[in-house]
Design a binder for this molecule. Structure first.
Ligand SMILES: [Zn+2]
Length: 406
């Protein structure tokens, strides 16, 4: 038995995804004996409605000097951040010359660069040194730090209060959300807004996308959960906007209570969550059994291809792929290698299952019979770019929302 990270209510895992390494812990064979594993056990708090993983790997070990996730590697995400920035600017900044925007976990600056190029005062707060350096090289002011009450006070002292505090695919990585909320309350102007987007629990449950659950994602949020976490700090959920990114995300907007009007979207989404049963433990028992079915189908499909002597490779050494490979126990006997465009991962091996990661050119120059798409959340972009693979007789496997070949 453990306790909920946000309300301290006792919680218990409803399933296990097994012994899991860090999702982005790509490594070389000399590092195998030091590989870090933890139990990836999701739980649902029936009191505050927060979906979380019970054992939390040490964040300082994950967001370090050599963090391997760079937002800019996806053209699709860079475009998304361009639209996100425009929307923030048009909707929430009244006087751009006097505005100040802050981003929590600003990574390589892909979102803030849109403000920087227009001369809008901005600051990224990013704990990983190497990605922060990339952001600075793109003209994005960045403070290398975790975001919390202390860093918020420092920012307030040096730069003044913020009109908008933003985050994208970051809040779900932060165990101490009350620390974040205190930081937000310290730094936000009276009419300021907190805006963040993260993978959405409703989508994950409906589509059995269990690969959203991995070491970096301490939480998978619903509107009900974020409201119960931030409202005790005097922050009110005033809008919610579904996003297609990361296989189904939700953008949440908070303001100081009573300072901004509440959109009808909020009530509608909360009712939808009731219909989905997102506060009902039975929903998660069903999710567990859907995960098991998905695993059986994927493994038997890969075994069949192996028996038929087909070459199968993995496409995209994503963080998500770590959960799938380790939960399904898929290793180099079933997948020859994983192709990836990120130089820092190439020549390394996948966390836990130790499948080689090779440059994208090895996929492109010698097409396999079958490619397992781990980056299914970018499937539209991928199918567009890889039309030639299908024309050459190649087949794709996807596993969300169902295991299928096409
Ligand atoms: Zn709770």
């Amino acid at each position: 038995m453990s306790n909920c990270r946000t309300c301290n209510n006792p919680i218990e895992a409803f399933m296990t995804l097994g012994h899991m390494p860090f999702a982005n812990g790509f490594l070389s064979p000399e590092q195998y004996d030091q590989e870090y594993f933890f139990d990836l056990d999701p739980a649902f708090c029936s009191k505050c409605g927060t979906f979380q993983i019970v054992e939390q790997p040490n964040p300082e070990k994950m967001f370090h000097e050599n963090y391997v996730f760079f937002t800019r590697t996806s053209k699709h995400m860079v475009e998304h951040y361009g639209r996100y920035a425009n929307w923030v600017q048009e909707t929430w900044l009244d006087d751009e010359d006097a505005s100040f925007v802050v981003e929590i976990g600003s990574n390589d600056g892909a979102l803030l660069e849109n403000f920087a190029t227009q001369g809008i005062k901005h600051l990224g707060v990013e704990p990983s040194g190497n990605v922060a350096d990339v952001a600075r090289s793109h003209g994005v002011s960045t403070l290398t730090s975790f975001f919390g009450e202390d860093s918020a006070k420092e920012v307030l002292r040096e730069h003044g209060p913020a009109d908008a505090i933003m985050a994208a695919n970051v809040m779900c990585h932060i165990p101490d959300l009350h620390g974040v909320a205190k930081g937000v309350c310290t730094l936000l102007k009276k009419k300021g807004v907190l805006i963040f987007e993260d993978p959405y629990l409703g989508e994950m449950v409906e589509r059995t996308s269990y690969d959203q659950i991995y070491s970096d994602h301490v939480y998978i949020f619903s509107a009900g959960a974020v409201r119960s976490i931030f409202e005790p700090h005097g922050l009110e959920l005033i809008d919610v906007l579904p996003q297609i990114t990361h296989g189904g995300s939700m953008r949440y907007v908070f303001a100081r209570k009573g300072e901004r009007s509440v959109s009808s979207n909020v009530g509608k989404l909360l009712s939808h969550e009731d219909e989905l049963g997102l506060s009902n433990p039975a929903t998660f028992d069903r999710f567990k059994s859907n995960c098991e079915t998905s695993r059986e189908q994927l493994v038997s499909l890969l075994q069949r291809f192996k028996q038929e002597g087909k070459r199968v490779i993995g496409y995209g050494a994503s963080a998500k792929s770590t959960t799938v490979l380790n939960y399904c126990q898929i290793g180099p006997d079933l997948i020859e290698f994983i192709s990836d465009t990120t130089p820092i991962k190439q020549g390394k091996y996948s966390p836990g299952m130790h499948i080689p990661v090779r440059p994208y050119s090895e996929f492109k120059e010698n097409y396999p019979d079958v490619a397992l798409m781990f980056t299914w959340n970018h499937s539209v972009e991928i199918l567009e770019n890889e039309a030639e693979f299908i024309q050459s007789g190649g087949q794709w496997i996807v596993y969300v929302p169902k295991v299928r070949i096409f």
